[in-house]
Design a protein around this ligand. Structure first.
Ligand code: AMP
Length: 189
């Protein structure tokens, strides 16, 4: 099973991913996490990505597409995966289609977690407080930028997948368990 989990920053993609990983025995591929690892490791790509990430902007399509293409070839992806934070632009979605086709893989479902913007600010502030600022992009100013980028560059992938009949939307403002149940109901159909 190959899934895409879509939604604005702070919508709860990470939390829901953990549950999907357990239930369906698939791996989570988070481009944000992979980029943060590259930043922590101080690789050349990490150094470049950090500046962009701290501004709340998107790293180039080329970089993230290459990261995902390599990662999909790892043996732990053989049972499937959840793409968390990828694709984030229509160009990435198109590149993913080509990549899956080349690898003889099929995208099963896209789940969009809808969330209220005011609530997202509160959540990100809480996440920043709880993690002691572990993520340098978890603050109100960067969130505003990240939300703008989401609306401008990522939201247009919704009609892209709707046209393919793959898009499903869940209400991310409900309790975490309820959101999970809505996602399971879609996937178990
Ligand atoms: P995330 O953890 O998914 O919120 O991602 C954190 C940051 O990493 C984003 O704000 C971007 O700067 C960068 N990033 C993560 N995934 C992508 C992607 N698919 N395309 C471009 N930039 C990304």
């Amino acid at each position: 099973m190959i899934l895409i989990l879509l939604g604005p920053p702070g919508a709860g993609k990470g939390t829901q991913c953990e549950r999907l990983v357990d239930r369906y025995n698939i791996v989570q591929l988070s481009t944000g996490e992979m980029l943060r690892s590259a930043v922590a490791a101080g690789t050349e790509m990490g150094v470049k990505a950090k500046e962009v990430m701290d501004r709340g902007e998107l790293v180039s399509d080329e970089i993230v597409v290459a990261i995902i293409a390599d990662r999909l070839d790892e043996p732990d992806c053989s049972n499937g995966c959840i793409l968390d934070g990828f694709p984030r632009t229509v160009a990435q979605a198109e590149a993913l289609d080509v990549m899956l086709n080349e690898k003889d893989l099929v995208l099963d479902c896209v789940i969009c977690i809808k969330a209220d913007e005011q609530a997202l600010f509160a959540r990100i502030e809480q996440r920043a407080a709880e993690t002691g600022g572990a993520r340098s992009d978890d603050n109100a100013e960067t969130l505003k930028k990240r939300l703008g980028v989401y609306h401008e560059q990522t939201a247009p992938i919704k009609p892209y997948y709707a046209a393919k009949g793959l898009l499903n939307t869940v209400d991310g403002m409900k309790e975490i368990d309820e959101v999970s149940e809505s996602i399971f109901a879609i996937l178990d159909k």
